[in-house]
Design a protein around this ligand. Sequence first.
Ligand SMILES: [Zn+2]
Length: 177
Amino acid sequence: MQEDWKDGVWQRYGEFFDWNTPYSIGIHSLPIGWRELVDTTLDRISLVVDTDKLASLSIHRLSRERGIMKIRWTASTLRFEAIVTDIIDRASARSSVTCETCGEAGVRYRVGDNAVAACAVHRTPGAPEIRPAWPSIRIEREIVSARVTIKSCRVYDRDADKFVDAAPADLGIGDLS
Ligand SMILES: [Zn+2]
């Protein structure tokens, strides 16, 4: 039952996966907790494709890699590429803070060699939290007087579904220089 939704994804968005197979794409690796996230992401892309006749997308990879939803893709136009980049960037950050078991808000934990997004209920007892939580952080750096400094620091706000300004120290980021 739980695995059926991946078949549904494959059937509903087959146009994005063209010549590939579900296994080569990596869909089997997606956890059930990301179901809504996967659907929302593909729906958003689909909506753009429907309203822009020049827009088409090939997804080469849609998988879970180290606690993050990874999507590798190519788009037909630069304009469409910019839109899809934004959609997927937010989706990738969101996956890192969405429990892989239940889909509620979570944080990243180190479990063995793996990174796992989990809520307080589904976390592995004793697993240490991973900080800084890089998959949800976007940093722009610049060089000022031969020193690397942070130009902007943003973190994914799960409730607002967007990146917001944050203080590096609050995210566990120390001096980069
Ligand atoms: Zn959970």
